[in-house]
Design a protein around this ligand. Sequence first.
Ligand code: GAR
Length: 202
Amino acid sequence: MLKIAVLASGGGTNLQAIIDETEAGRLDCSIEVVVTDSPSAFALERAKKHSIATAIVEKSAYPKRKAFDAELVRLLKEHGVEVVVLAGFMRLLSSVMLEAFPMRILNIHPSLLPSFPGLNVQQQAIEHGVKFSGCTVHFVDEGLDSGPILLQAAVPVLDTDTPESLAARILIEEHRIYPEALNIIAAGRISIEGRRVIIKEA
Ligand code: GAR
């Protein structure tokens, strides 16, 4: 069983999806710890409700990115974490984390990368006039939402969409493909060739 940590800054619906799939026996992972940079993150309540260990690493305590990441590494190693799952974690990671978990950090992003990296991406997608958007699970590298892509799912963008309505449609797909991506990793079904992540048949 793959030992994971989920890092979340906000509401934690992706965390909830991972918890639910794990408890239903459909996800071959154990969540060793949920870490947040924000003491008010609702993700903390979700973890506690399911008796999952939690930790808060506040930005104010570690204003320098590398010191923040060194504390993260210490915590994650203490919990025996093998794969780090960013789920709405709104902080860029430095080389300290990337070197401690090479190709072992995953992120989910609410657009079809490489379109619309960064923030407010549902609004950007609507303003750009794209007809489809979606979500991407990718490995984290030193860039912004730029690492090798593992899974994507597309949703239509409607003429009537607001950023909120599009975000909600995308989240449904996020909750489906993030657990799927974790199962693929837990089963050792990937190899990486250059930028391409090749998924072997189950
Ligand atoms: C999700 O839509 C996730 O893709 C996005 O934040 C939301 C978190 O929702 N992540 C990013 O934008 C990262 N750049 P959640 O807290 O309900 O899982």
